[in-house]
Ligand binder design. Sequence first.
Ligand code: NAD
Length: 393
Amino acid sequence: MSAFQQMKIGVLAETQPEERRVALVPDVAVKLVKLGFQVVVEAGAGVRAEFTDDAYRVVGVAVEDDRRVVLGTADVVLSVQPPRLEDVAQLRAGVLTISFLQPATQAAVIEALAAHGVTSFSLDLLPRTSRAQSMDALSSQSSLAGYKAVLMAANRLGKFFPMLMTAAGTIPPARVLVLGAGVAGLQAIATARRLGAVVEAYDVRPTVQEEVKSLGARFLELTLETQEGEGGYAREQSEEFLNRQRERLSEHVAANDVVITTASIPGRKAPLLITAFMLKGMRRGSVIVDLAAESGGNCAATLPGRVVEVDGVWVDGTTNIPSTMALHASQLYARNATNLLQLLFSNGELKLDFADEIIRDCCVTHAGQITSERARQVMGVTAANAAIRSEAR
Ligand code: NAD
């Protein structure tokens, strides 16, 4: 008998109106069933990502109508968005949860998880190391967002992306500027190139130059000092740096048909890269898709969750773009979450080794405490409240 036989994994239906993803898809669930886990999904959980209840049943997953039964009987609860406060109240002490907990906006939920003795993991706190790559849901979802952002821009732009030679004359290719060449930006560059656009890109981290060029785009040299920070991320820039950056970007923003902005600094408000004045320099019909809309926006006119038109220029601040590609977004998220689960349950037993960077960084609550320093920082909880790490060793 498998050591996992005692363990029940519960999968919640997402409750946010815009959320179409599901945390576990049948293809991935079958692997957990084969390992010996019992798996139960809340009825209808996968429907908005095109996975029917029957698709789960045929791979040996139980389907449960009552959410409270899933919450009250599972040993591990998987979801994409954080569990709601009323969900946390149904969880038993010692239960483990995996989701994007988003500590910056979910302080009340995190405090409730700690108070209920729940061990919670947040995929948005995972270290960006090569060992963690297979669990990196931020990357998998950013990649989807970068791809879809280009399609959204192409859909709105009244122009072809590729160069076309027609009997009626030659159509020049569309010009696309990508600001921020992290995971989403690189995927946006690749997608715009595949559609035939001429692409240029800029990032404050000069190390991405080669990757940008290898995708067939031009890297903009703005002759600003380098801004590489810790762990491969950008540092927060001074207002003076950003002013010079905006000045030098102005003519490029004006010359392009589409600008995809993806610039962000972990845990900080997104830098403002396109001012209202720069927007006025753009041609009518141009399109900006601002992937930083949720964290403050890279464009002054961005409204999160809305598409606005300013003097003929479209500014698209659509949020949760991965959810618009729910099937693949769910498939990738499910693989990421399951890979983390397998790390936590080595040899059939839950082992929380806080000396392991992955476990330490993305565990948010355990044994009644908020264990994550980063979560505490953004939630404003004092370090004195959490002595768990030393105790757990
Ligand atoms: P992110 O979403 O935090 O930021 C997106 C990009 O915006 C970054 O490339 C950043 O340099 C850029 N940026 C910030 N301020 C800017 C400004 N003022 N102007 C222009 N660009 C600006 O980053 P991300 O995509 O999540 O990842 C960033 C990097 O982390 C990756 O490129 C990579 O080096 C590293 N990473 C490593 C792994 C891994 O090894 N497992 C996985 C994912 C990411």
